[in-house]
Design a binder for this molecule. Structure first.
Ligand code: ADP
Ligand code: MG
Length: 628
């Protein structure tokens, strides 16, 4: 029997490890199963190249929980370790790694939140165990050994009578970690971290019903059999070649990833790159609502099929974080902090590769089946618009397939839109005026008015669209977006309407003065316009600029200059050709005149959705009085 001192200078690192890693104790199981997997795959490799003359067979990894004995066993059939290897890899390598880790992060690790992302290796066992044993037999013809350590830097090493190849790790679970002796807790961890690991993992057994033997009677119970309960799928879809998979395989895998998601994804993107870095994965476009914050099921990051995190910030471009799926790369440096990750060159390349792949996929969907792309547009637009805003490279590509739907359900690309509007929607300065509505119901009367003039009205209703319009206006020449209820629309109206005002200049002056007197105190700029006599007498518009700035503030202006509370500002357009307006002008009694003006103004406010609360109540009361 040999005893020895683990070669570390810190006297007792284990309490420290425990304290440091408090929040993430559960990763011990992931680490130990990863080691078991490594050991199994190494043996597979050695046998395949003829360096190990043993039968590889169908090795599995088994997890056993002994609740009474307060022990957890992790048993593999991998390459095992000789006595020398235990001394080298466990005593020296593993523990010097521990020391290095502590040295480096003693001060910073606690509150920087980086801890969850460390591969802690073998010594993470001491986060939950007061004593750890390793019983291991190498595939080489050497005796088995039994190592044990109680958390002090002293270890014991003695011969063992283990005859089968492989390693068994025994954790004597500490009193403060007994939660890990519960089956449901282990199941939870296995399904979180190990669901797609490449070697089958057994946890317990389950009863399987077999087919009845031939000639069995109706009333005979079907025979059953106890079989290994394998908790993982060692060959998940992303590890396969796209050519070997059909749509239904991708859909099945989606359900495997998100068992609680009942809706099918809209489409998927299979990532597969070997150079200059390794990356595989499958991204899914789910049906997205307009709520940017619903991100329940996130993209999961794996390293060689081991779950690492669902915080893929920095690796997946931000605008794609709304997608779902899996990214797996052995090249992502997982043992480093997040800030390092973001500065890392390889990671940046991964991010731009993903952006490019997504743009190419969308582009081919658009080209190959435009009808289907249009049908999906509403569910994917938010990602595309967000991407166009945040990544210039993506903007360049998406500009060719981003769609602009009309209120009547037609879809144009930007180029098609320009072509379509050229003739009828150019203002007097030669600028293309793109009219849009953000709410078909609320802006109904304005939409109708614009359509009556043969204008195309788009329906642009995503929460970030105001930001995108801003970007389009600066990156394209001579265009401006104008909401149907905004002020710029007059530029267009004036141009094609050669309406002659029925009022003389003198009358107009009087009218304006009277209106201003009655509507004092209210933030309206009064403008007289000669319009069709059937058009509304009073129309309220809001300056496009003001409204858009307000909207952009609400959706996070990203570096917007501080515009605290912007004032409400509206234009009141008065149609001088409306009979009601003439009536206002000719009414003699001051009281009646005032009532006509206020009632008309309230009607205009009502149609713009501005009449609310007490004012609305009073308006309704007053209207009933009038009807009587
Ligand atoms: P890492 O896995 O990053 O190398 P660990 O601390 O997890 O670091 O493990 C240290 C070493 O111990 C491994 O590199 C391996 O050589 C050895 N080892 C750990 N677990 C096993 C196992 N189940 N079978 C064989 N060797 C193992
Ligand atoms: Mg390891």
């Amino acid at each position: 029997m040999a005893t020895g001192k683990i070669n570390v200078s810190v006297d007792n690192i284990f309490p420290l490890i425990k304290k440091f890693l408090y929040s993430d104790h559960e990763i011990f199981l992931r680490e130990l199963i990863s080691n078991a997997t490594d050991a199994t795959l190494k043996l597979k490799h050695l046998t395949s190249i003829g360096e190990a003359s043993v039968e590889y067979g169908n090795p599995i990894i088994e997890i056993k929980v002994d609740k009474e004995g307060k022990k957890i066993h992790i048993i593999d059939q991998g390459l095992g370790m000789t006595e020398d290897e235990v001394k080298k890899y466990i005593n020296e390598v593993a523990f010097s790694g521990a020391e290095e880790f502590l040295d480096k992060y003693k001060d910073s690790a606690k509150d920087s939140g980086i801890i969850g992302h460390f591969g802690l290796g073998f010594y993470s066992a001491f986060m939950v165990a007061s004593k750890v044993e390793i019983i291991t037999k190498s595939f080489k013809d050497e005796p088995a050994v039994h190592w044990s350590c109680d958390g002090s830097p002293n270890f014991d090493l003695e011969p063992s009578d283990k005859t089968e190849r492989g390693t068994e790790i025994v954790l004597h679970v500490a009193d403060d970690s007994t939660e890990f002796l519960e089956d449901h807790r282990i199941n939870e961890l296995l399904s979180k971290y190990n669901k797609f690991m490449p070697v089958p993992i057994k946890f317990g057994t389950r009863t399987e019903t077999l087919p009845k033997p031939e000639g069995a009677k109706e009333e005979d119970a079907a025979p059953t059999e106890e079989v290994d309960n394998i908790i993982n799928n060692p060959t998940p879809a992303w590890t396969k070649q796209p050519a070997d998979l059909e749509t239904k395989d991708y859909q099945e895998f989606y359900r495997e990833l998100y068992p609680m998601q009942f809706e099918e994804p809209l489409f998927h993107i299979h990532l597969n790159v070997d150079y200059p870095f390794h990356l595989t994965g499958i991204l899914y476009f789910p049906r997205l609502s307009n709520d940017l914050n619903t991100q329940k099921d996130k993209i999961q990051l794996y390293q060689n099929q081991v779950y690492v995190t669902d915080n893929v910030e920095g690796i997946v471009p931000e605008f794609l974080m709304m997608l779902r799926g899996v990214v797996d790369s052995p090249d992502i440096p997982l043992n480093v902090s997040r800030s390092y990750l973001q500065a890392d060159g390889a990671v940046k390349k991964i991010s731009s590769y993903i952006t490019r792949k997504v743009a190419d996929k969308l582009s081919s969907l658009f080209k190959n089946n435009r009808e289907d792309f249009e049908a999906k547009w509403n569910d994917i637009k938010i990602v595309i618009e967000y991407g166009m805003l945040s990544e210039d490279k993506f903007f360049e590509k998406a500009d060719k397939f981003a769609l602009y739907p009309t209120v009547d359900g037609k879809f144009y690309t930007f180029e098609e839109l320009q072509e379509k509007l050229k003739a009828n929607q150019t203002d007097k300065d030669g600028k293309l005026v793109i009219l849009y509505a953000s709410d078909k119901e609320a802006q109904h009367s304005y939409i109708e008015a614009a359509k009556a003039k043969d204008y195309q009205v788009l329906l642009l209703d995503s929460p970030i669209i105001s930001h995108l319009m801003q970007k389009l206006e600066t990156s394209k020449e001579n265009i401006s977006f104008t909401r149907v209820d905004a002020d710029h629309i007059e530029n267009l109206i004036k141009k094609d309407e050669e309406q002659i005002s029925k009022l003389s200049d003198e009358e107009k002056e009087t009218l304006k003065k009277e209106l201003e007197e009655t509507i004092a105190n209210k933030s309206y700029t009064i403008q007289l316009e000669a319009m069709d006599s059937a058009a509304s007498p009073f129309i309220i518009t809001e300056p496009e600029f003001m409204r858009r700035m307000k909207e952009m503030q609400q959706t996070g202006g990203g570096g917007m200059f501080g515009m605290g509370n912007m004032p409400e500002m509206y234009n009141l357009i008065v149609n001088t050709n409306s009979p009601l307006v003439s009536e206002i002008l000719t009414t003699k009694t001051a009281k009646k005149k005032e009532r006509l003006i206020n009632q008309s103004l309230d009607l205009a406010r009502l149609s713009k959705g501005l009449l609310k609360g007490e004012e609305l109540t009073n308006f309704i009361k007053r209207s009933y009085e009038m009807v009587k």
